[in-house]
Design a protein around this ligand. Sequence first.
Ligand code: 13P
Ligand code: SF4
Length: 332
Amino acid sequence: MKSLNVGSIKSSNHSKYYNFNKSLSNSDLVSEIIRLKKEKNAILLAHYYQSPEIQEIADFLGDSLYLAQCAAKISADIIILAGVHFMAETAKIINPSKIVLIPDLKAGCSLADSCPPEDFKKFINNYPDAVVVTYINCSAEVKALSDIVCTSSNAIKVISSIPKNKTIIFAPDRNLGQYLIKETGRNMILWDGACMVHEAFSLERIITLAKKYPKAKFIAHPESTSPILDIANFIGSTSALLRYIETDSSNTYIVATESGILHQMKKSRPNKIFIPAPVQDETCACSECAFMKLNTLEKLYNCLLNESPQIKLNRDLISRSKISIDRMLALS
Ligand code: 13P
Ligand code: SF4
């Protein structure tokens, strides 16, 4: 076996020694991650918003729904979720006997953060007869307060499954909520949350870019704001956007979602042109989700090596939050 340039450090809170990587090259990190996955019987699930090098070594790569469906079927001992915290938490809820690792515990989500459980509880208590539908981008506590979860892939199906005479609360994304109101014709009470990445796109700059590329199609994720969605040729989840560019006959696309998806688009259709939709602040890389990009190959390697950080949830929270996720999985 190749000798590694690793050291060890004692955590201030634990009596355990943690190994850490000092200076492995990216290709060494990739080889070591692959070796450790095999040795530890671990499966790597990654979201499309991860960096290309993480996407390339994933055992399963996909959108939020696909990752949840994969988590349900995994029989390996360890699940590493290269995505954000709510995705890893969902995997733990779905398959609680597994060790679930996330490369960086701080990989949160602005949308999940926009819905604190205590405030949400007070909010839904105002509508005791309403059916509470929550987007999967929320905490386990919020899922436990919900009747059914959805993702951007199945949100229309989930809303349409609710009897017409029922009032619906939709949380936490007001933009996806507004889109669903338009698509389903259902009147819903919306929680006022949003994703900082999808709210950053600039309508004016997208229109200017579209004039420069008159044959380009403009495609967008439904977390984008209404004025952006109003001018889109196609709206869909990350996997739906990917399927669209694979079957559509155009050559050029302006893409309004996190720019990580462009890696799979370019891989799948190398002769086509994909342009990330411009954001309001020209000086920032705001079409990158800073939370998603906290995960790196090095953190992935260290988390697998040390089996830390792990997602820990108490049994009661797992059983309360699982109900709303299971309802979604049964419908999907
Ligand atoms: P998808 O469910 O389309 O993968 O979206 C997840 C997400 O976080 C969008 O910002
Ligand atoms: Fe959350 Fe937005 Fe990042 Fe998706 S892109 S994980 S919704 S902050």
